[in-house]
Design a protein around this ligand. Structure first.
Ligand code: C2E
Ligand code: MG
Ligand code: MG
Length: 618
């Protein structure tokens, strides 16, 4: 160990750029420190330099320190000699820094630079940048210099604060929010303990734009600041008794987010969301006015593992959208099923059109059975989508979409053609049987966007099916109020000999008298009416009046020259009552579910072999 009370060991050359690794390795350790080799001026330069410096020997002990160094540690420089340099600047506080320091002392590394927060004797703490580097041409000592970078750090912190906060509300902004969110979802943070879950309330003010537009941005800004204050209060209350309060941030415009780290479950988030709604709903007194707003909140709560900030924000965004769509001024919890439904809707919509061309659709047929004779009279064609990804889809999943994007036109054309061809096939295969009619559903858009009359005429001609064996089902809304094109279409079809049926009758606002003036010949009574008919006697039914209404409706329909088909007949009791009140035809699970065409051929065959009823006539 070198002498401690000896003078300092100023290097002959303090130019650090001259220090290279080869210098360190090349000079073998031979002589003790050559204390008086440099010109005396260097010693005074060292002593007076404003930068705090100390010469440290290879054992890590201070050989000599300058005044700046002494001032930093509150003691005369000569009293610092012999002290362990690393302790003075807290070098052992992190393993990596400590290792690098030892390497510099051993001459294996050229330089160490690190930042430390140092407590000064007066209790003030300073940020210090510590540099340890070899002294050129001095083999057994290194130079430690300590720069006070507190002012720089403070400025940096101020700049960062400005960059990370919103000036209007003083809340953390989007950037800081995402930084915190990313940290919360980082495996290291939740594996340390805690619940391993995160929660998010994504809040948007309802009607803020109107306030901004009518009262101006200044009032708008003050309102935002007031809202921010209330949200922060809610967060503080929610954080009471917990490790940390939720982080409140303004994401932009009138959007705020509350991040709950270590959430305990949806209940905690629901309570928070509820308190936020209450807080925002109370009126605000701003600029002499009383302002009322409400908020919509999307709430997401889940395991942190496996979630990315983007996925979480997307879920929150979708959920907020639901809250708005469901009527605003409410919070909504993320529902994976609802989300999957939305995703499949999108996925389906984008693949509908090519699916028609790829032939992914198939028809099933459901028997239409005579109520009196229990025999198979016709079938309704019902389309299915054999989706390569989602399996077999029923029409409720895609007909609406197909109507929206217009692909119902090519799809409907395919259905019509396939159904007519099939009906003709059954007829040809069973020449001794009375032929079955086929009933095909037609969407409103097909009436408007395609030349339905020409298409039907072509199809009938091409397949050889007689017009009387084709029935087209349109919904009430498609037919009601029809004037112009739809009416002309219906008339032309009817003149051709094709029958028109009103599907789901009774669900709209139909006017029977009006309907009778249209070329309509069949009413398909909606399943909701039939559901009330499952009781053996009318007295036991929850609402016997239903039955009276339906009976009157059937009588009126008959008088107007229409026949009536009941949908959704599921029980023999329903069938019996429907027959008693005069219903002509039935369709439903009691007779058969929708089935592939081969099964219909079998039913026709069994009819030919003498089993004359689809089911026993009740
Ligand atoms: P819809 O025309 O009223 O067809 C009857 C629906 O009721 C069918 O559903 C059928 O499977 C179902 N159903 C039949 N019997 C019973 C029963 O006893 N109980 C119950 N609960 N339900 C029964 P599906 O096949 O899902 O069709 C739904 C709707 O999709 C159809 O209602 C129709 O409006 C539409 N649709 C089907 N195929 C086509 C098509 O090719 N083109 C158009 N535009 N729409 C179609
Ligand atoms: Mg139908
Ligand atoms: Mg129907």
């Amino acid at each position: 160990m070198s002498g401690t009370s000896e003078g300092p060991t100023p290097a002959a050359d303090l130019d650090r750029s001259a220090v290279t690794e080869s210098d360190i390795h090349a000079s073998p350790r031979t002589e003790p420190p050559t204390t008086r080799t440099g010109p005396p001026t260097y010693r005074s330069v060292f002593a007076a330099a404003p930068l705090a410096m100390a010469v440290v020997d290879r054992e890590g002990l201070v050989v000599s320190a300058n005044d700046g160094f002494g001032a930093l540690f509150g003691s005369p420089p000569d009293q610092l000699a012999g002290r362990i340099a690393a302790d003075l600047v807290d070098l052992a506080s992190d393993a990596r820094g400590w290792h690098a320091y030892l390497e510099v002392l051993r001459g294996r590394e050229a330089r160490l630079r690190c930042t430390r927060r140092l407590k000064q004797p007066d209790g003030r703490s300073v940020w210090a940048q510590v540099t340890v580097a070899p002294l050129p041409a001095v083999d057994d000592a290194v130079l430690m210099s300590v720069a006070d970078i507190s002012a720089h750090r403070e400025l940096q912190a101020k700049v960062r604060h400005l960059q990370m906060h919103d000036p209007v509300t003083r809340l953390p902004n989007r950037t800081l929010f995402f930084e915190r969110l990313t940290a919360a979802l980082d495996a290291e943070s939740y594996e340390e303990g805690g619940t391993g879950r995160v929660g998010l309330c994504y809040l948007d003010l309802d009607g803020f734009k109107a306030i901004n537009d009518t009262l101006g941005h200044r009032v708008g800004d003050r309102l935002l600041a007031a809202v921010a204050e209330r949200l922060t209060r809610c967060a503080d209350e929610a954080g009471y008794g917990r490790a940390a309060a939720p982080l409140v941030a303004r994401l932009g415009g009138d959007e705020f987010a509350l991040l709950v780290r270590d959430s305990t479950g949806t209940e905690q988030l629901a309570d928070l969301a509820e308190s936020l709604l209450d807080a925002v709903q109370a009126p605000f007194d701003i600029a002499g006015r009383r302002l009322s707003v409400s908020a919509s909140i999307g709430v997401v709560e889940r395991l942190a593992a496996g979630t990315s900030p983007t996925a979480l924000m997307q879920a929150a965004d979708t959920t907020l959208y639901w809250a708005k769509a469901d009527g605003k001024a409410r919070w909504t919890l993320f529902d994976p099923e609802r989300n999957a439904h939305r995703m499949t809707r999108q996925a389906l919509a984008s693949t509908l059109r090519p699916a028609v061309e790829r032939g992914e659709f198939a028809l099933e047929y459901q028997p239409l059975v005579g109520m009196e004779d229990g025999r198979l009279h016709g079938v309704e064609a019902l389309v299915r989508w054999n989706h390569p990804q989602f399996g077999t889809l029923t029409p409720n999943r895609f007909i609406g979409l197909a109507e929206e994007d217009g692909s119902i036109v090519p799809l409907g054309r395919w259905v019509l053609r396939t159904a007519c061809r099939q009906a003709r096939r059954w007829q040809l295969d069973n020449p001794d049987e009375p032929p079955l009619f086929v009933s095909v559903n037609v969407a409103v858009r097909q009436v408007w966007d395609s030349d339905l009359v020409a298409e039907v005429a072509d199809t009938l001609e091409e397949t050889g099916l007689e017009p009387r064996l084709l029935q087209l089902e349109l919904t009430e809304s498609a037919v009601m109020g029809s004037a112009g094109r739809p009416l002309q279409t219906l008339q032309a079809l009817s003149e051709m000999g094709v029958r028109i049926a009103i599907d789901d009758f009774g669900t709209g606002y139909s006017n029977l008298a009006y309907l009778s003036r249209l070329p309509v010949s069949v009413l398909k009574l909606d399943g909701s009416f039939v559901r009330g008919f499952q009781y053996e006697n009318a007295e036991a039914a929850p609402n016997p009046a239903d039955e009276v209404v339906v009976e009157a409706m059937i009588q009126l329909a008959h008088r107007l020259g229409l026949t009536v088909t009941a949908e959704c007949v599921e029980t023999p009791a329903q069938a019996a009552r429907l027959r008693d009140i005069g219903c002509d035809t039935g369709q439903g699970w009691l007779y058969s579910r929708p089935v592939p065409p081969e099964r219909i051929a079998e039913l026709m065959g069994s009819r030919a072999r003498g089993a004359d009823q689809v089911v026993g006539n009740p």
